[in-house]
Write a protein that binds this ligand. Sequence first.
Ligand code: FES
Length: 130
Amino acid sequence: MAKLDRSRRKFIAAVISLLGGAFFLDKFLSPKVRSKKTLLTVAKAEIPIHGALVYKEARVAIIREGDVIYALNLVCTHLGCTVNVTPTELICPCHGSSFDRQGKVLKGPADRSLLRYRVEAHGDFYEVVV
Ligand code: FES
């Protein structure tokens, strides 16, 4: 009888170890699914055809060039100031970096392009998503 108890305990311990191991493997080895976060929702008609909508508080510009619409993060890649949007380029007031309307660096000290956000069309609206 004692031999049977020991065998049962070993079996239960093995099952618990197996379940615990499977839980930790699943938790740490499975890819993390990033949830989509909507930063802004804008009516399609609001965006000028060759212009931009600037949301200073969100630090986002939605830029439209004909049929192409994209959004740029207005945080300067040098030290994080908010860049200003002009009709031809984006200029950082802190140290003078400038970026083209695509967000690429024209003049330093910033050495990286502005971050681009994805823009998704939903009916009569665009959503800027992260
Ligand atoms: Fe923009 Fe320095 S923070 S150029």
